[in-house]
Design a protein around this ligand. Structure first.
Ligand SMILES: *[C@@H]1O[C@H](CO)[C@@H](O)[C@H](O)[C@H]1NC(C)=O
Ligand SMILES: *[C@@H]1O[C@H](CO)[C@@H](O)[C@H](O)[C@H]1NC(C)=O
Ligand SMILES: *[C@@H]1O[C@H](CO)[C@@H](O)[C@H](O)[C@H]1NC(C)=O
Ligand SMILES: *[C@@H]1O[C@H](CO)[C@@H](O)[C@H](O)[C@H]1NC(C)=O
Ligand SMILES: *[C@@H]1O[C@H](CO)[C@@H](O)[C@H](O)[C@H]1NC(C)=O
Ligand SMILES: *[C@@H]1O[C@H](CO)[C@@H](O)[C@H](O)[C@H]1NC(C)=O
Ligand SMILES: *[C@@H]1O[C@H](CO)[C@@H](O)[C@H](O)[C@H]1NC(C)=O
Ligand SMILES: *[C@@H]1O[C@H](CO)[C@@H](O)[C@H](O)[C@H]1NC(C)=O
Ligand SMILES: *[C@@H]1O[C@H](CO)[C@@H](O)[C@H](O)[C@H]1NC(C)=O
Ligand SMILES: *[C@@H]1O[C@H](CO)[C@@H](O)[C@H](O)[C@H]1NC(C)=O
Ligand SMILES: *[C@@H]1O[C@H](CO)[C@@H](O)[C@H](O)[C@H]1NC(C)=O
Ligand SMILES: *[C@@H]1O[C@H](CO)[C@@H](O)[C@H](O)[C@H]1NC(C)=O
Length: 518
């Protein structure tokens, strides 16, 4: 065992330099829906399972080799690699052996991702983004074969029936054929009358009073089938009058956006005024239990199991939605666009309604995947130079640790609070370090590392109370969270950015093993 791990040390640089494993493919996701209201019903908190320390240490060796063998890019990035390198376009067609004529007979679908509009001199400027695709008819046995390509250490035949269904669903969503070069037209209507009772849709969002209009997007979809553009809404009157100008209201107005020619492209988008408070929320390991830092669990939690909220986080969001007037919820995750529908489906059943961002298909390799969060954060910050932002995620994503604090510098005065769940504090299975150096120049009053959702209770975030002084922070402004209580200084030499996490963990684990700790 020791010699194997010492050997791993020698092989590490080569493993890191090797290209990512062969892609599994995928394309867009299934049906968008009109975003449902969040429910406020009580939920039983789900506790994170603490692992017995012995089994977790004993598991390190196989963990490392599974990581090195299968998930190198994901480990460093906090982006699940099993959600990386999905097949697109012709790769899907050829792996399914489907002909162009078979495909031509299947209906075109549109993934219409709930967008946001900002107020400009030309009026409301609405972001339309999503994907056009076709869903091939794949037999169940073929789907099972494809699903087994995603599963590690198990097979679809070994899963309980509900998980089999979910794994087939995800696989079917990944094996879609995107449609490039297509024109997209959207019908826009005031969102269906929904009483604004302050419990849903980003608090007091109201049905927009304007009239219906149709907008054709500029240009055709990209080769990956994507579209992403801001277009001005016309000021047309409807039964309720006109849209309220965004510099003369604090209220968020809701509009429904329907892709023409399909009933699969329905979404609710949000006209968000110039001034106010927006929360940008990550999803994995903050709103749901994913455990991306535990590859086997992360894979099953993403591919086969029903999504489960993380403890009583829904209560925290429900309180914010209810108590903070005109609070704009924006869900920003780097999970690939292909699984957007499953994420939306979970979020809108569990958390307040809001706009959404996932990883567009043209961000595919590891460095692009690591840059997408910043790209999407900048897009929303640039859209609202007068709004303040609450940023929330967990420590297991290296891009979050870098990009969230960077927003405070890049957009001075716009970041109100940064909240980071420390996943290694509650989950001994999280062996990956996180880098807190980005927080060095930020005031403690604007950020908090926390452990459980209750740490966020009774904070007056609207008025800038972001720090619960009873929560011990332990921030060293360097690499943290290494196993064996070692800190970076004592454990390992500094390695270049990006691969840091993996290299440091690898060195520490091998060191531990060679020293007889394992
Ligand atoms: C997969 O499940 C989602 C969420 O329940 C659903 O919207 C979608 O239609 C399903 N997709 C397929 C391809 O069955
Ligand atoms: C709101 O914006 C419009 C368009 O830029 C401008 O004409 C109008 O004067 C502004 N109103 C207020 C109250 O600032
Ligand atoms: C899908 O293909 C199966 C045979 O493989 C066929 O029975 C079924 O009707 C097809 N479904 C659609 C929607 O075309
Ligand atoms: C898309 O619309 C443009 C402008 O109307 C047109 O020139 C082009 O042929 C259309 N493309 C397709 C694939 O229909
Ligand atoms: C929008 O297009 C639909 C056809 O999809 C049409 O029925 C409707 O009248 C159009 N609405 C407006 C306001 O032009
Ligand atoms: C639309 O025009 C009406 C009438 O001129 C005006 O009252 C309203 O503020 C305008 N709304 C927007 C969003 O420009
Ligand atoms: C989308 O909206 C249209 C028009 O309201 C409706 O007929 C259709 O059923 C909706 N589709 C879904 C999947 O909800
Ligand atoms: C992806 O496309 C968008 C436009 O939709 C562009 O702004 C962005 O730079 C592209 N990203 C990459 C990595 O190609
Ligand atoms: C509106 O959003 C767009 C896209 O992010 C941005 O380029 C523009 O500057 C924003 N306009 C205003 C007035 O904030
Ligand atoms: C800080 O360290 C203490 C003692 O190890 C631990 O109980 C606490 O959960 C840590 N706090 C955070 C935010 O990780
Ligand atoms: C701080 O955290 C504790 C422990 O989770 C919680 O009981 C308390 O309500 C939180 N809020 C404040 C403002 O102390
Ligand atoms: C609910 O949110 C409000 C606004 O941020 C805050 O003042 C209040 O303390 C919160 N209540 C609980 C129980 O967390």
């Amino acid at each position: 065992m020791k010699s194997i791990q010492c050997l791993v040390l020698a092989l590490l640089p080569a493993a890191l330099a090797a290209p990512a494993p062969a892609p599994v493919q995928a394309v867009a996701a299934p049906h968008p829906m009109i975003t449902a209201r969040a429910s406020l019903t009580d939920r039983t908190p789900t506790r994170v399972q603490e692992r017995d320390i012995i089994s977790s240490i004993a598991g390190l060796g196989s963990y490392l080799s599974s990581v090195l063998g299968t998930y190198p890019s994901y480990v460093a990035s906090g982006v699940p690699n099993f959600f990386q390198d999905f097949p697109t376009g012709t790769a899907v067609e050829s792996s399914l052996g489907i002909s162009d004529s078979d495909l031509a007979a299947t209906p075109t679908q549109v993934l219409n991702i709930p967008g946001y509009a900002n107020w400009t001199e030309q009026g409301w400027n609405l972001r339309f983004h999503g994907n056009v695709f076709k869903q091939p008819n794949i037999s169940e046995s073929k789907l099972d074969d494809l699903a087994n390509g995603f599963l590690i250490g198990t097979s679809i035949q070994q899963l309980p029936p509900a998980e089999q269904t979910q794994a087939r669903n995800l696989t079917a969503e990944i094996y879609v054929v995107q449609q490039g070069g297509v024109n997209v037209t959207m019908n826009i209507e005031p969102a269906s009358s929904q009483v604004s009772d302050g419990t849903s849709s980003g608090s007091g969002a109201i049905t927009s009073p304007g009239g219906a209009q149709n907008i054709t997007l500029v240009g055709e979809t990209t080769p990956e089938g994507d579209f992403d553009q801001f277009l001005p809404l016309k000021n047309v009157s409807g039964a309720g009058g006109y849209l309220l100008p965004g510099n003369d209201t604090t209220t968020i107005q809701r509009v429904n956006v329907y892709a023409q020619g399909t009933d699969t492209g329905n979404a609710t988008s949000y006209l968000v005024p110039e001034a106010g408070l927006t929360i940008v929320s990550d999803i994995d390991d903050i709103l749901r239990i994913t455990r991306i830092y535990q590859p086997a669990d992360g894979l099953l939690n993403s591919f086969a199991k029903a999504y489960v909220p993380w403890m009583n986080m829904p209560d925290i969001y429900a309180n914010w939605s209810k108590s903070i007037p005109d609070f704009h919820f924006h869900y920003l995750t780097t999970t690939p666009e292909q699984v957007t529908r499953n994420y939306m489906d979970f979020i809108y059943k569990t958390y307040p309604g809001g706009s959404f961002d996932t990883r567009p298909l043209n961000f595919s390799d590891v460095s692009e995947t690591l840059s997408v969060r910043k790209f999407l954060l900048e897009k929303i910050f640039q859209s609202y130079p007068k709004r303040k932002f609450i940023l929330i995620a967990d420590t297991s994503n290296s891009d979050v640790m870098r990009d969230y604090p960077a927003m405070a510098t890049e957009f001075p005065g716009q970041v109100q609070c940064i909240f980071l769940r420390n996943t290694s504090a509650t989950d001994s299975g999280d062996k990956f370090p996180y880098d807190t150096s980005g927080f060095q120049n930020l005031s403690q009053s604007m950020y908090m590392f926390f452990v459980v959702p209750d740490d966020l209770t009774n904070l007056d975030i609207l008025n800038g109370q972001c720090y619960n002084a009873t929560i011990k922070q332990n921030v060293t402004f360097s690499e943290q969270g290494l196993p064996f209580g070692l800190s970076k200084k004592s454990a390992a030499p500094r390695v270049n950015a990006g691969w840091n996490g993996l290299v440091v963990v690898g060195l520490v684990m091998v060191l531990g093993s060679c020293l007889g700790l394992l």
